[in-house]
Every structure is written in C-alpha cells, then in structure tokens.
Design a protein around this ligand. Structure first.
Ligand SMILES: [Zn+2]
Length: 418
C-alpha cells in the first residue's frame, strides 16, 4: 500500500512539468527502454540488427522514426522472443487482446507493471473528474476486482459489472449501485441503452459518463448527453499499451499519458485515404515493451496547448481502425470508415454492421428505432454504392439489435473467402 501511494505521488509530478522537462523525461525513458529492449528482448535485437540500427542512434524524439514499425502479427510470431529474457511467466499477469482483428495477442505484465497501469488509470479518472466520495461503476470489463483498502474508508467506492452478465442483471445492478461516475465499455453501454430506449436516466443519473468513441454515433452521444445532463468523456486504451489518452473537461481532444507512452500519428499505406493512424511506444514497460507498435486506430495529433492547462499533448478521438478494408473489384482498397461516415448521415440508424461478403457485394444490416420506409433503405444503399466509387451490389437488411461479442462490436467485417 505504501509503495502504491509513493508511486502515485510520483505519477502526479509530470503533470506539472514544463514542456521542456516533459520532453527530457520522455527522451530519458525512450533511451532506457530502447537500450533495455536491445539488450534483453531478442525480438527487438534481431529486428534492429537486420535494419542496421544501433540503440545508441535513438537519443531524441526525432530519432524514434529510425526504428522500424512493429505489427501485431510480428509480435505474435515472435512469441516468447518478444518478452524480456528470464521472464517468469508464472509470476506475471497474462491477458489477451480481444482479437478484434485477427488472432488475439497475449500480453504479459509483471506485478509492478499491473500496479503502474492501475495507478495511471486512477490518475486518468481523477483528471477526468472522479472525486473521493464518488461511486464509480465500471460496466463491461472481462474481470472483476475485490474491494480495495480505500473503499473501507468510504473513498472511491467502485463496483464492476463484468461482461457476460446478462443484460437484465446489468440493468438491475446499475440501478442498485447508482453510480455518480459511470465508466462503460461502449459495446455494453450500447446494449443497455438500446434496452432502455436510450433513456439511461430511467435508472441512473451519473454526473459523469466515461466511454470510448467509435461505437456510439454522434447523434446518440448527443441524445445521451441531453438525457443525463452530464458530460460524456472519451478515453482511449489498448490491452497492449494500457491507458493511452483521455479527454479533459474542455472536450477538445484526448490528452496522451505522455510520461508513459509516445503516440505517433502517421499516414498509413496502403490505404490512400489521407488518414493518419496510431503507432505507440511504451516508455515504462519492461517485460513486453511495445516500441513503435502499430495500433492502427485513426487519429491525428492536435496542435497547440489545451486551455485546461495540461501540457500532455492531444490527439483527436480515435475513429475506427484503418485495417478494416473494403477490397474493390479493381484490386484497390477503401477504408471502411468512409462507409461508416456515410451511414452515420442517417440519424434514425441505431446500429449497423457492414459485411463484405462477395467480391462486389456488401450487406449492411441496420437496426432502426422506427419502421423504416423502403425508400430510406434504397437511399442508404445508393449512398454507400456512391462512396465505394466502383460497381458494387449493396444490400440493406433491417435487423434486431446485434449484441457485442467480448464487449467490442465490429461494425465492419471482410468475409470473402479468397
Ligand atoms: Zn485539456
């Protein structure tokens, strides 16, 4: 407990740094993690040797792009080689990514790294507005947690509703816990909202709602905000890297946890869409360092300082994954988020799923709140066809609400057997 307190106090310091001092901290940590990875993680040593890069060549943030970008399949293939030599797996926490695209990746963390992640999470929550007397409910994680020592003092009381809890039970628990701050995984939140006719206020009235973007369309978000009369803040994380960024009260971009990781937003070939996607470097993880790891979420760095005073740099809210590609008959590819942008122009659509199920065939399942005239279906099909810019059959089907698997809902799938 003392160790936790000391570490938490330490974690507060970078928030008050000057930009120059923050940069110095990042560069010091970058040099250390690169040296560590080269000396102790066989995967990086081989990769950088092959690329002809010495760890000493990475001194400043500007040197970072010299290192090659690393993808999830590369880390998967590396297996234990991606871990620091001598890692005692039995003493580590092993979690898996959800396998949203492709095979899940096992992520290995030491006890100390788990603790740091939790403390960074806690720091993020406090910065988003969590207060000691709040009742926090976390809706949708894979595992629960026991009560912490501070809860016995009535501080930061937290309840977890794990994914897999039947929907009716989730609603009953929310009603019972009456959160003042609700942190919800978007897939779960959407299902609850749908059941409650998008009036969460029927059962709870939190003063702050935290979720991640991408899944809740903007008009639903707006309705939810009107219904609850409370701010909805965005956050961004991945299993591989921990909490990456979170929105502040200004709600104009997400502040990157810059003392813990570096986020680059880079143009991402092979998709000629002009969108930048995220590449993340963890600065403090040692068991399984992620150095220039391609997360591939669409986001851009924001210029200038935030009026909230925080010096941590900002990124735009991540909007889907660049990986999700529509393959066109001509052989070109098109990022599926382009279609999503078209679909979201139809505000009566609650939820949708686009499946490319043929070389030139796409099925769009849509869940709408009111009976939908045939003419709207046709118009949606035509708009999507136009966005694809090639000859495509677009079939629109009405459907019931589609539940999320593993708490994440995929709104695009490429399902053509090549
Ligand atoms: Zn801010």
């Amino acid at each position: 407990m003392i160790r936790k307190l000391v570490e938490f106090v330490r974690l507060q310091r970078p928030l008050r740094f000057s930009p120059e001092k923050l940069r110095a901290l990042q560069e010091r940590r970058l040099r250390a993690v690169v040296r560590h990875a080269y000396e102790h993680v066989p995967f990086y040593r081989t990769l950088w040797d092959e690329a002809g890069i010495r760890p000493e060549a990475v001194r400043t943030l500007e040197d970072l792009p010299r290192l090659p970008i690393v993808t999830r399949p590369q880390i998967q293939r590396a297996g234990r080689e991606a871990l620091a030599r001598g890692t005692d797996l039995a003493a580590c926490r092993r979690t898996s990514t959800t396998g949203h695209s492709g095979q899940p990746l096992e992520v290995v963390l030491s006890d100390a790294e788990v603790r740091t992640r939790l403390l960074v999470e806690f720091r993020t929550l406090i910065r988003m507005g969590l207060r000691p007397r709040d009742r926090l409910v976390i809706l949708g994680p894979a595992t629960g947690r026991g009560p912490h020592w501070h809860e016995r003092l009535g501080l930061f009381r937290t309840h977890v509703i794990v994914i897999g809890t039947p929907l009716e039970e989730q609603i009953r628990l929310l009603e019972r816990y009456q959160p003042t701050v609700l942190w919800a995984y978007p897939g779960c939140l959407h299902a609850v909202l749908h059941r409650l006719d998008y009036r969460l206020s029927r059962i709870v009235r939190p003063r702050l709602l935290i979720t991640s973007s991408a899944v809740l369309p903007e008009h639903l978000r707006k309705r939810l905000e009107d219904d609850l009369g409370c701010p909805i803040l965005n956050s961004y994380a991945s299993m591989e890297t921990g909490r990456i960024a979170a929105e502040c009260r200004e709600r104009n971009g997400l502040h990157v946890n810059a003392d813990q990781l570096i986020v680059e937003c880079l143009p991402d070939p092979p998709v000629p869409s002009g969108a930048a996607t995220t590449v993340v470097t963890t600065l403090t993880a040692r068991t399984m360092p992620m150095i220039r790891y391609r997360l591939g979420d669409i986001a851009s760095l924001m210029p200038g300082r935030c009026p909230c005073g925080c010096i941590f740099p900002r990124i735009t809210a991540p909007a889907g994954r660049q990986d999700d590609l529509v393959r066109l008959p001509s052989g070109r590819v098109q990022a599926s988020w382009r279609l999503q942008a078209v679909i979201r122009r139809f505000p009566e659509i609650d939820q949708y799923r686009v499946v490319q199920d043929g070389r030139a065939h796409i099925t769009i399942r849509v869940c709408v709140r009111k009976p939908w005239p045939e003419e709207r279906c046709r118009r949606l099909g035509a708009a999507v066809r136009e966005a694809l810019e090639e000859d495509f059959d677009v079939e629109v089907r009405l459907t019931e609400f589609m539940p999320a698997r593993n708490g994440k809902f995929r709104d695009f799938e490429y399902a053509v057997r090549d």
